[in-house]
Write a protein that binds this ligand. Structure first.
Ligand code: FAD
Length: 413
C-alpha cells in the first residue's frame, strides 16, 4: 500500500499554487471526470471560455426548483481572466476577513509574493471624478490574454505527481492515515489538502459525512444594468475600447464596483449578432450595459444532503446601495434605464463555505477541527474567505493560501 505524504484535491488556482510550493511530497488530483455532463444551461460567458459544450466538469448540480445549475469546473475562471485584487489599491477599512490576516501589512506582503511569482500587468487609474459625496474612479484593468499560472506547464513538469481523476470522498483511518476514494482508485495519505473550491469541497464533505445536513456558501452577486450615455463632456476617458471598470466611493469607502461594456455583437445570440454588428457604431455611441457589485450584497447558496440536491438563495443588501449607486451613475453621464436583478450570479465569486452538522453551523476548518481532523485535513482555498467585497477576488484568495501554506509548511515538507 503506497502512502502519499500530501494529497491536494483540486487543480484550480489555489490547488496549483499549493502544489507548486510543496510538489516534492505531493500528489495533485485534478478533478477531471469520466462522467458525461450535459451543459446546455451554462452561462454564456462560461460556454465562451470552454469554447463548446463540455464534459470537463468535476461536479454539476441542477436545481429543478430554481432552474439553475451550479458547477465546479477544472477549466475556467481566474485561470484565464484578470486576476483582480481585493483592495491592494484601496483602503485598509475595506471589507476584510480579519480572522485570516490580522494586519493589512500581512495581506500586502503575501500579495507582493504572489505578484512576484505570477507577474501580471497592474491596473491603473484613468480618470478620477468627484461629484458631491461620491467619487468615481475609472480604472484600466489589466486584462490577461493568457493564464498566469499555466496548468499545462505544471502538468508537463510534474507529470508523475498528477492524477487526472475526481475525488468522491475521504475517511480518517487512524491518527496518521487518510483514505481518499476517487472515481478510479483508493489512495492513502498523511495530509489531505482540500482545494476543490466551495462547491467541490461541499460535495466531497457531504459524500464523506452522512450527518451533514447541508453546506452553504456565498456568491458575490452582480446586477446587470442597461442604459444610455449622455453628457459627453463629463463622460469617462476612452482609454479602453471595450470596457470600463469603475469604483464608486462614498466618504472614501468603496461602495460599488461597476463594469461598463460597449455594445459588443459577440455578447449576443447568433440570431441577433448580425443585426447588432450592423448597428454597432450607433448603438455603442448611445447605449451601454454592464454589471455592478454592491458592497454587502451576496447570495447564499445551500446544498442539502438529500439525494436530490436543492438550491436556495437569499440576497442580502443591508444598506440599499443599489438605487443610490445607480442614481449616481447619472452624475457621470450614464443613465440607467433597467436593472436586472439576477437571482444568482453564475459562480463567479464563490466563497465562505459553512457546514451544518449536528444542528450547528461551522466554517470548513472549524468543522474539520470538530471532527478531530485538524491534524491531517486542511482547506486553503476560496472556501475559507469569510468576507469578500466587490472586486475580482482571485489574487486575494492566492495571498490567503500563500499565508496559510507558510503557516503549516513544516507539516507538508
Ligand atoms: C467565468 C468566470 C470568470 C471569472 N473571472 C475572474 C476574474 O476576472 N478575476 C478574478 O479574480 N476571478 C475571476 N473568477 C473567479 C475565480 O475563478 C475564482 O476566484 C478562483 O478560481 C477560485 O480558486 P479556487 O482554487 O479556490 O477554486 P477553483 O478554481 O474553482 O478550483 C477548484 C478545482 O477543484 C476541482 N475539483 C472540484 N471538485 C473536485 C473533486 N471532487 N475532485 C477533484 N477535484 C475537484 C475543480 O475541477 C477545480 O479545478 C471567475 C470565475 C468564473 C467562473
Amino acid at each position: 500500500m503506497k502512502i502519499h505524504k500530501n494529497i491536494i484535491i483540486g487543480a484550480g488556482l489555489i490547488g496549483c499554487h499549493i502544489f507548486n510550493k510543496i510538489s516534492k511530497n505531493s500528489l495533485l488530483i485534478t478533478g477531471k471526470t469520466k462522467k458525461v455532463i450535459n451543459s446546455r444551461n451554462i452561462h454564456p460567458k462560461i460556454k465562451l471560455k470552454l469554447k463548446k459544450n463540455t464534459t470537463k466538469f468535476s461536479d454539476l448540480i441542477y436545481s429543478k426548483k430554481n432552474d439553475f445549475y451550479i458547477y465546479s469546473s477544472s477549466e475556467i475562471g481566474g485561470l484565464s481572466n484578470y486576476w483582480g485584487k481585493q483592495f491592494f489599491n484601496y483602503q485598509k477599512n475595506d471589507y476584510w476577513p480579519k480572522s485570516i490576516f490580522k494586519k493589512y501589512s500581512s495581506y500586502k506582503k503575501n500579495l507582493d509574493e504572489i505578484d512576484k511569482l505570477y507577474p501580471s500587468p497592474q491596473q491603473n487609474i484613468a480618470k478620477n471624478i468627484k461629484k458631491n459625496n461620491f467619487q468615481f474612479i475609472q480604472i484600466n484593468p489589466p486584462i490577461l490574454r493568457k493564464p498566469l499560472l499555466s496548468k499545462n506547464n505544471i502538468l508537463r513538469k510534474y507529470k508523475k505527481k498528477i492524477l487526472e481523476d475526481r475525488v468522491i470522498s475521504f475517511k480518517k483511518i487512524n491518527e496518521k492515515l487518510i483514505l481518499v476514494k476517487t472515481e478510479k482508485k483508493i489512495l492513502y495519505c498523511r495530509n489531505l489538502i482540500l482545494s476543490a473550491g466551495p462547491i467541490g469541497n461541499a460535495l466531497i464533505l457531504i459524500r464523506s459525512f452522512k450527518k451533514i445536513s447541508y453546506a452553504t456558501f456565498k456568491d458575490d452577486n452582480p446586477r446587470m444594468i442597461f442604459g444610455f450615455r449622455f453628457k459627453k463632456s463629463n463622460n469617462l476617458s476612452s482609454n479602453n475600447k471595450n470596457l470600463v471598470d469603475l469604483d464608486i466611493k462614498k466618504k472614501n469607502k468603496l461602495v460599488n464596483f461597476c463594469i461598463i461594456y460597449d455594445v459588443n455583437p459577440y455578447h449576443f445570440s447568433n440570431l441577433l449578432k448580425k443585426i447588432i454588428f450592423f448597428f454597432k457604431d450607433i448603438l455603442g455611441k448611445y447605449f451601454f450595459y454592464g454589471q455592478f457589485w454592491i458592497n454587502g450584497e451576496y447570495n447564499e447558496i445551500k446544498i442539502k444532503n438529500d439525494k436530490k440536491i436543492i438550491l436556495s438563495a437569499t440576497t442580502k443588501n443591508k444598506y440599499n446601495y443599489d438605487t443610490r449607486s445607480v442614481k449616481n451613475l447619472n452624475k457621470i453621464g450614464l443613465k440607467v434605464f433597467k436593472i436586472l436583478n439576477l437571482k444568482f450570479a453564475f459562480g463567479f465569486h464563490y466563497h465562505c463555505l459553512k457546514i451544518k452538522f449536528n444542528g450547528k453551523l461551522f466554517s470548513i476548518n472549524q468543522f474539520l477541527n470538530n471532527r478531530k481532523l485538524n491534524k491531517n485535513v486542511y482547506c486553503f482555498d476560496s472556501s475559507v474567505i469569510e468576507k469578500i467585497g466587490l472586486k475580482p477576488p482571485t489574487k486575494t484568495y492566492l495571498a490567503t493560501a500563500n499565508h496559510l501554506i507558510k503557516k503549516f509548511e513544516g507539516k507538508f515538507k
